[in-house]
Design a protein around this ligand. Structure first.
Ligand SMILES: NC(=O)c1ccc[n+]([C@@H]2O[C@H](COP(=O)([O-])OP(=O)(O)OC[C@H]3O[C@@H](n4cnc5c(N)ncnc54)[C@H](OP(=O)(O)O)[C@@H]3O)[C@@H](O)[C@H]2O)c1
Length: 224
């Protein structure tokens, strides 16, 4: 499975405010770029922190891009995937609506009645890991469901874990012309951080877009 991480960060590396409020970091041209990335994916993933903060639908917004997908024999929207060990995703969350398939990656610590509730809401529940989602095992199951191109939209906790597990192939980051600040504000990669064996990246492209820049990297040395 090919995993592409995409996020927008401020010039000082923050994904949102310390209150986890969304900030307009990018502009319309980047919005279209992200929509194309989604349309070129089999599934789009976030961590439950992002579901709780933003309630994103993760669907393709352009009707033309949706049509192109259906012409290729694909569903109009990629599947949505949430890493959510104990099922904190609310039953009414937008990622569970009927616009696309939904996968909840959970751990064995997820309460069984919540699992049933999510399955009743139409989600496919994938159990992997004892306490927290075992991402490599969960990804193997997603792959067996036909997910070959996975786009990850954040947030910082999930992105760090993916680098730590050596699961990221490409990183694209929009750097917007704003400073958010705040030591508690989410950054592109949070978690515990690396102290050695840092993942290493090859810079593939630099593109000016709106008033910011898109940096695209291929992962050359994974953090494992
Ligand atoms: N600017 C952007 O492009 C962008 C994109 C996305 C999000 N955001 C912002 O980022 C913030 C949310 O980021 P976040 O870092 O708080 O949350 P997150 O990365 O979206 O979700 C983290 C949560 O995922 C769950 N999880 C399950 N398995 C995991 C694993 N193996 N590794 C890591 N996490 C795992 C954990 O909760 P459990 O332990 O309960 O499972 C964890 O707390 C919001 O403010 C949102 O607005 C910005």
């Amino acid at each position: 499975m090919r995993v592409v991480v995409n996020a927008a960060m401020s010039a000082d590396g923050k994904l949102s405010t310390r209150e986890r409020e969304q900030v307009d970091i990018s502009g319309p041209a980047d919005f279209d770029r992200v929509d194309r990335l989604r349309a070129d994916s089999d599934a789009v993933m976030v961590g439950v922190g992002t579901v709780l903060a933003d309630d994103p639908s993760l669907t393709v917004k352009s009707g033309t891009l949706q049509e192109r997908r259906t012409e290729r024999g694909e569903p109009a929207n990629p599947a949505r995937v949430v890493a959510d060990s104990r099922i904190r995703t609310p039953p009414g969350a937008a990622v569970l609506d009927d616009a696309a398939a939904s996968y909840l990656l959970v751990s064995e610590a997820a309460p069984t009645d919540f699992v049933a509730q999510m399955e009743n809401a139409g989600a496919t529940v994938v159990v992997a890991g004892e306490d927290r989602v075992d991402l490599p095992a969960a990804f193997a199951q997603l792959e067996s469901e036909g997910v070959e191109r996975l786009m990850v939209e954040g947030g910082g906790e999930l992105i760090f874990s993916l680098f730590e597990a050596g699961l990221v192939d490409r990183l694209s980051v929009y750097v917007g012309p704003v400073v958010i600040g705040g030591r508690e504000a989410p950054t592109l990669a949070d978690g515990d951080g690396f102290t050695e064996r840092f993942p290493e990246l090859d810079l593939a492209s630099v593109d000016r877009l709106d008033e910011g820049v898109v940096l695209t990297y291929d992962v050359s040395v994974s953090g494992r």
